[in-house]
Design a protein around this ligand. Structure first.
Ligand SMILES: *Cc1c(COP(=O)(O)O)cnc(C)c1O
Length: 431
């Protein structure tokens, strides 16, 4: 039978996606990353077709002996490299990890304190997202715009007055570490728990470029496994508190996941091993690149957020492009030039400007994984200037972007493995 037109279309779209985002764009979305070919190879495995409800060695179905082993191994590796006493990899995303934790820590009607939305809280921390779905009230902690961080003294007062069930730190626009050790004793003094959402910075934590919140008083840490930690899309919950962990872990299945997408497990395990051996170098290069990109943009006339604080300590750079036409317009123009960033609210914005905020959020973790260093950050800043400040035709700039990208097509910070030696029937990516 001749291939149906719609089938050709699906294959074509997949190929186009792969060619565009893997070989022609400078990817600067702060929440994205790529797996190594090795992790992708184990991701495309029979695990992707199976079920394993329950926990390792305590399943509801047969056929899971290798799932049990791989899940136990991934948990051990995660405990080792974080480090943490307990990890649960079953949440299929960071949002699901948050849902499982929030549900255990509070009941409908209870209160949770979060960082303000325009200061970087993730939607899952808010009444508009997961917290709201669980019927928990969100109250925003006071924010110090000068320090681009939660206002410690005022937050402590609020914790004492409101007596929330839990406080959430960590965010999606996240330049400087939230005051975990400063707030932890005050959170505990009112009988509340401190949740640290490390979705963005987990790779930096593993690579020792960011402090481990579990060492600084956080009771539980949630994360995604695909932002600065360059694994498959997924989530995880980690804690040093055995009792609390047990309680949360007991409800992930059946409350929030049935199947936990088992092909994530070997791919996450591979990434954990990569981070065990290369994570320090990777994380340190990420933070150097972010700082360098911020400086290079500022030198070229961009209004980069946080100059007086050294711009950033994370993988992110935030730029205020209000005077250049706003985040929506500039992000779109950059996309035409194959530079992929997202528009973002900045602390100076009101939440209402969400569709045309002042900011761009830029993350360097993916291009760092492809081997880019400080010199390339300079090149990227120059290309962004051409589009956003000089008003050059983005289609012209695109040619230079593609040229730059073509020099960085191989994932670094991984092992050299001849995949063909393991397989006569590897599943090829359509590229
Ligand atoms: C990305 C993000 C999440 C959600 O992760 P998903 O895997 O996309 O559900 C949670 N919290 C923060 C702070 C994030 O930035």
């Amino acid at each position: 039978m001749e291939l149906p037109e719609e089938l050709t279309k699906v294959i074509q779209l997949t190929k186009e996606q792969n060619t565009w985002r893997r070989t022609e764009t400078i990817n600067l979305i702060a929440s994205e990353n790529v797996m190594s070919p090795l992790a992708e190879a184990v991701y495309m495995s029979d695990f992707m077709s199976r079920y394993a409800e329950g926990k390792p060695y305590k399943r509801f179905y047969q056929g899971t002996k290798y799932v049990d082993e791989i899940e136990s191994l991934a948990i051990e590796l995660m405990n080792e490299v974080t480090p943490a006493k307990n990890s649960d990899l079953r949440p299929i995303s960071g949002t699901i990890a948050n849902a499982a934790v929030f549900r255990i820590l509070a009941n409908p009607g209870d209160k949770a304190l979060i960082a303000p939305v325009q200061a970087g809280s993730h939607v899952s921390h808010t009444k508009f997202g997961t917290l709201g779905a669980l019927g928990i009230q969100h109250i925003e902690m006071p924010f110090d715009k000068e320090n681009i961080n939660v206002d410690v003294d005022k937050a402590i007062k609020m914790i004492e007055e409101v007596k929330p069930k839990f406080v959430v730190l960590g965010g999606s626009l996240y330049l400087f570490p939230h005051p975990t050790k400063e707030l932890a004793p005050h959170v505990h003094a009112v009988g509340a728990k401190l949740v640290y959402d490390a979705a963005h910075v987990y790779g930096l934590i593993v690579g020792k470029a960011w402090s481990n919140p579990l060492d600084e008083g956080a009771d539980v840490m949630t994360t995604s496994t695909h932002k600065t930690f360059p694994g498959p899309q997924g989530g995880s919950i980690l804690s040093n508190d055995d009792e609390l962990f047990k309680e949360i872990s007991r409800t992930i299945f059946p409350w929030f996941v049935s199947n936990h997408h088992l092909h994530r497990l070997p791919a996450t395990a591979v990434t954990l091993i990569e981070m065990k051996y290369f994570g320090k170098d990777y994380a340190s290069q990420i933070t150097k690149n972010a700082k360098k990109l911020a400086e290079a943009l500022a030198e070229r006339g961009f209004k980069v957020v946080g100059e007086h604080l050294g711009y950033t300590k994370s993988h992110q750079v935030a730029v205020n492009v209000r005077e250049l036409g706003g985040g929506a317009k500039i992000a779109k123009l950059l996309e035409e030039a194959n530079i992929i960033v997202n528009k973002n609210l900045l602390p100076c914005d009101t939440p209402e400007t969400v569709s045309n905020p002042s900011g761009l959020r830029i993350g360097v973790q993916e291009m760092t994984r492809y081997g880019m260093r400080e010199d390339e950050m300079d090149e990227i800043a120059e290309l962004m200037k051409k589009v956003a400040i000089d008003g050059k035709d983005p289609k012209e700039v695109r040619k230079e972007v593609i040229e730059l990208r073509k020099r960085f097509l191989e994932v670094k910070y991984t092992f050299n493995v001849d995949l063909s030696s393991y397989s006569s029937k590897s599943i090829p990516m359509i590229i």
